[in-house]
Structures are given as C-alpha cells and as structure tokens.
Design a protein around this ligand. Structure first.
Ligand code: NAD
Ligand code: TDX
Length: 357
C-alpha cells in the first residue's frame, strides 16, 4: 500500500502544480495527507495562485517552502523535516519559446535539477516501502507527428526543441534510477493543458488577454500546427489515479483526444469572447496576425491514452466547450492575478526577447 501521507509537490506554485494541490486538498477521494509545496518562485511561480489553499489548509495540511530543486542540502532537509513518502515532480522550465532563446535554464532545472532531486530521494528512501516518485512529463518528448498516427507509450523519443530535449533527458534519468537503483518511480507524458492560473505567455491565456485588450494575436507560421488540449483538472485527476493505483516503473500517456489547429482554436476563442464581451466578431478577427514561425515548430501532437484508461480506469470528465468557456470567464474575471504575474520580471523579459516577433 502506498502511504500518500506527506506529498512533496515540486513546482506547486506553477500552473499545473497549483491546480493539483487545490484538487487534492479540496476534492481528491480518499486523500487525508499533507502537501509540501517546494518551489523556487521563478517568473512562472506565483504564490498568489494558492491564497485560498493557504488560508484554508496552511500550517495544517499545506506547507510552502521556497527553494531550488538543484539545492541538494535543502532538498534533503525538506525530506527529513516532513518525512516525505511521495514526490510529485512538476518543477520545470516549461515554455518552448524561452528554451529557444535561453536554453541554459532548461538544462539546469529540467536535467540537473531532476537528477539532484532523484539523488536526494534515493538517499532518503533507502530501505523504505510504500513510497513513490512520480515524474510529470510531456508529449513533446515524442517529437512531431504527420497527418496521421498518435503517440503511445512505446513511441520512440525524438525531441526537437531545447525544452523537449531537456524533458526527455529527465525522463530517461528517472527510468534509469528505477532500473539501476530500484527507486520506485512512475512517469506520465501529457498533452497541452489549459485552465486557470496558466502564465499568459502560453497560447490560450495569451490569446484571451490579447482579445480582451484589442492587441494583435501572433499566429506562428501558417497557424495549421495541431495541439491536443486537455483541461488541467483532467490531467491532475489522472496523476492522482497514478499515485494510488499504478504499477512501479510504468509510464502513462495522458491526453485530451481533442486536436485543434491553432488558427481554428483562435476562431473558437473569438466566438466565445465576442459573446462574453458583446464585441464584434469581424473586429476581433482582424487582430489575427501571422508572424515568423517558431524555429523547429512541431507540426502535430496527438496522444493515445488507451493504457491509462484500460489499466487505471481514468476518463476525462470536462468537455472542451465547457472547459474553454469557463477558462475564458476566469481570465476575464481575475484582473488582479493577471496584473501581478505580468508585471516585473515577465515584462522586462518580453521587452528584451520578444521584440523580433
Ligand atoms: P509552469 O512554468 O507554470 O510552472 C513551473 C513551476 O516550477 C513554477 O512554479 C516555477 O517557479 C517552478 N520552478 C522552476 N524551476 C524551478 C527550480 N529550479 N526549483 C524549484 N521550482 C522551480 O509549468 P506548468 O505548465 O505548470 O508545467 C508543470 C510541469 O508539467 C512541467 O514539468 C512541464 O514540463 C509539464 N507539462 C506541462 C504541460 C502544459 O501544457 N503546461 C503539458 C505537459 C507537461
Ligand atoms: O504566441 C503564440 N503563437 C502561436 O502560434 C504562442 C505562444 C504559441 N503559438 C503556437 C505554438 C504551438 O503550436 O501555439 C501552440 C501552443 O503553443 P504553447 O502554448 O507555447 O505550447 P506548446 O509549445 O505546444 O507547449 C505546451 O504544451 C506541452 C507547454 O508549454 C509545454 O510545457 C508542454 O510540455
């Protein structure tokens, strides 16, 4: 039996991690344990994403510790202090565009950081049972698909951006620790997430906010690249299912089976936002601006999630129409959070690095 009593969530102040913490503490069936959120609070980590959780569970079932996963001594201290029995490793540099401009941070956090965390875990867990290290990864490790086919768990890795290469390297290291040292690990590769608290450099929140503010909508290349979108809560429910029921050493694909060409997704967002704001659809359509393509831009991702459905009885519960409309409402209604994350470091970075596009 897994203990699931003291869960270390790395990157818990980011988009998926913060939603995961809320989901577990508020509504995960059978979870009575504590969550320790360990996060460096980079530009993408925002403690304001968990104010409600801090108010309700802080000091009782929720604890925040600021720190870098590359700091081996600090990680060891956290393991001791909270008697960690489960790790859910979300912490990463996560934006492909940034990885093209500044790949160093991706190597440091995603590769060296994951290795450091694995080493600390292995030392602390020597001879313990009921423990699990779950690594969160991406479908981008599989590379780019043509018009047909989907990614399965046995698709060979073929990453093409510094981001996906760094994630692929960390996935391999996680599996190496399982085979070499017997560390109890699991791994999941998920498709594009959407939902509340996503940093507005990513496609969906960026387009929603630009539409709201009447700014141009930068579409890379011909806009026909395809992504498979899943609501963040459906992803996180799959992770919870893996923590409870998976077999050690297994990897699971998680996806939305919900493919959209970028340009069609923008048109869908325009339709929803025109209704929500009472705006003119033609006027919003005129904001679409085709810009220089992302170098090495993967053409299509599509996940086959038959394995997790079959073996762990997982199903998505949030329809795309409903999830997208709620997500738009969230971004239109949470100005304070948005102003907070867009100020400071993010703004400076955008000024320096996004001028060319
Ligand atoms: P995010 O960028 O929103 O959050 C990342 C978090 O990690 C931030 O809170 C940041 O402060 C923290 N962090 C970064 N470097 C750190 C370090 N060295 N030490 C400690 N904390 C650090 O990312 P996200 O979108 O929530 O993604 C979470 C995970 O899920 C990542 O591993 C990513 O590769 C993976 N993933 C994301 C998606 C997606 O669509 N967003 C899809 C599949 C997989
Ligand atoms: O301004 C934009 N214009 C545009 O056309 C941006 C930001 C993106 N795009 C395109 C590129 C992609 O085809 O939209 C698509 C989605 O882009 P991103 O939101 O940057 O996501 P993606 O590159 O697909 O990666 C995401 O999903 C997999 C996450 O950022 C990763 O962390 C995750 O692993």
């Amino acid at each position: 039996m897994r203990r699931l009593e003291n869960i270390l969530v790395t990157g818990g102040a980011g988009f998926i991690g913060s939603n995961f913490i809320r989901l577990l503490l508020e509504s995960a069936p059978g979870f009575n344990g504590r969550i320790i959120n360990f996060d460096a609070l980079t530009y993408a980590g925002n403690i304001a994403s968990l104010l409600d959780v801090q108010a309700k569970f802080g000091g009782k079932r929720y604890f925040f510790e600021r720190g870098n996963i590359q700091d081996a001594d600090l990680v060891a201290t956290i393991f001791e202090k909270y008697r960690i029995d489960t790790v859910v490793h979300f912490a990463a540099e996560s934006h492909v565009d940034r990885s093209i401009v500044e790949p160093d941070a991706f190597v440091q956090t995603n590769i060296v950081g994951t290795f450091t965390l694995l080493e600390a875990t292995r030392r602390y867990w020597a001879r313990r049972d009921g423990v699990l290290f779950h690594h969160i990864s991406t479908d981008e490790v599989y590379g780019s698909l043509g018009e047909i086919n989907t990614f399965t768990e046995t698709t060979p890795y073929a990453p093409r951006s510094p981001y996906s290469a760094s994630k692929a390297a960390s996935d391999h290291m996680v599996m190496a620790f399982y085979h070499t040292y017997g560390l109890p690990v699991t791994l999941s590769n998920c498709s594009n997430n959407y939902g509340p608290y996503q940093f507005p450099e990513k496609f969906i929140p960026l387009m929603i906010l630009n539409l709201k503010e009447g700014k141009s909508l930068p579409v890379y290349g011909d806009g026909r690249n395809v992504r498979d979108w899943i609501h963040v809560d459906d992803h996180n429910r799959a992770v919870w299912q893996i923590l409870r029921q998976s077999k050690i050493g297994e990897s699971y694909n998680i996806g939305g089976e919900n493919e959209w060409e970028n340009i069609h997704l923008i048109q869908k967002l325009i339709e929803i936002i025109a209704k929500a704001l009472g705006a003119d659809t033609d006027e919003l359509n005129r904001l679409i601006t085709f810009v220089k393509d992302r170098p090495g831009h993967d053409r299509r991702y599509a996940i086959n999630c038959a394995k997790i459905r079959r073996e762990l009885n997982w199903e998505r519960v949030i329809g795309f129409e409903e999830g997208l409309a709620k997500t738009v409402d969230w971004y239109l209604g949470n100005k304070e959070w948005i102003d907070g994350v867009r100020s400071g470091v993010y703004r400076q970075w955008i000024e320096q690095n996004y001028k060319e596009r």
